[in-house]
Design a protein around this ligand. Structure first.
Ligand SMILES: [Zn+2]
Length: 346
């Protein structure tokens, strides 16, 4: 699996560098401005295509800690720190105050930002891609199209360059994200993806290789990513790519039970290996044809450099840059849950 090399080199370790979530001392200092009654510093995002309200859970409910977090004495990031909740610890949430979940902690009342506590009952409300509305009115199905995909991010300094290019040149791309990276400044990248019509993709919580975890844990690592994204933009990812492309018939079946196909790729730029923008550009221009799915990684500056060239260049060559779901819809390609999708060539 070619992508495995990239991910070993840059996946999990890098997942920490933009993430306050890995440092208990800092995690609740983050104001992501997205939870109910958040800081208000973020623009309100209206997502027309995802107006499905998540079911409201009745208090009290059980939640699990996604990553080690500080427990605060009040629903404010600068309030006293009572202690640390370790990853996977269970708490019984009693109420929510402006984005902070309240629960009993060592005989006291403690608070943690909602984003870091995944309710046992959580179910992503809009990852049933087959039923989610995908607007293809801007696409001419008779003309060639390519789906550029970027894995392992978001990583603000790289992802934003790609999004800038989309903003300036038009087109849509798909981002297969690690849920654990949807924190801090990377939150804004995910909001921009939605605003610019790009597709949110699930790449598990911390780039979990599906062949190295129990089959029963596959649902967990996928829903953890859904949750981090949904808590940020009120929309869950609509497509899924297994980290490293790792898959077996059993894994595929498990992912299929969640209603998701396995989005693989037909053009591997090897961007993670060469870290050479010229090579990445050359591979895409020489190999990519109508219906192709192109693999890149928005964790390398060199990939952003290549994308900044390719996004206008491909469109000048007559390709429509579309998301995975847009391509499926425009081409009438049936993405079957649990099946592997490499391309959608004629
Ligand atoms: Zn990956």
């Amino acid at each position: 699996m070619a992508e495995a090399a990239a991910c070993n080199a840059a996946g999990i370790p890098e997942a920490t560098d933009a993430s306050e979530a890995t440092s208990p001392a800092e995690v609740t200092g983050e104001s992501d401005g997205t939870a109910e009654g958040g800081s208000g510093e973020q623009e309100k995002i209206v997502i027309e295509s995802n107006k499905i309200e998540r079911a409201k859970f009745e208090f009290p409910y059980t939640s699990r800690v996604l990553t080690a977090v500080n427990v605060h004495a009040d629903s404010e990031s600068d309030s006293e720190v009572l202690g640390i909740l370790e990853e996977n610890a269970e708490v019984t949430v009693e109420r929510n105050i402006e984005g902070w979940e309240q629960f009993s902690f060592d005989g006291k009342t403690g608070y943690v930002l909602k984003k870091y506590l995944i309710p046992d009952q959580y179910v992503a409300m809009n990852n049933q891609f087959l039923e989610s509305p995908v607007d293809i009115s801007w696409i001419d199905p008779s003309k060639p199209m390519i789906a550029l995909t970027f894995d392992d991010g978001p990583k603000a300094e790289v992802t934003n360059r790609i999004l800038d290019s989309i903003q300036n040149n038009g087109g849509h791309v798909t981002f297969f994200m690690q849920g654990s990276r949807v924190v801090g400044e990377n939150n804004d990248c995910v909001k921009r993806m939605v605003e610019l019509g790009c597709e949110l993709g699930n790449h598990t919580y911390t780039h979990n290789y599906l062949d190295s975890i129990a089959l029963d844990d596959i649902r967990t690592v996928i829903r953890e990513c859904d949750y981090m994204v949904e808590e940020t933009v009120k929309a869950a990812p609509t497509v899924f790519r297994p980290p490293g492309g790792n898959r077996t018939a059993e894994i595929n079946a498990k992912v299929g039970e969640l209603g998701l196909p396995m989005i693989i790729w037909s053009v591997d730029t090897l961007d993670y290996s060469t870290k050479d923008p010229d090579n990445t550009i050359k591979v895409v221009l020489e190999q990519a044809k109508d219906g192709d799915i192109v693999l890149m990684h928005d964790t390398y500056a060199e990939t952003a450099t290549a994308a900044e060239y390719l996004i206008p260049a491909l469109q000048e060559k007559g390709f429509q840059l579309v998301t995975v779901s847009e391509m499926a819809k425009a081409k009438g390609y049936d993405m079957v849950p649990g099946s592997e999708v490499y391309n959608m060539r004629g």
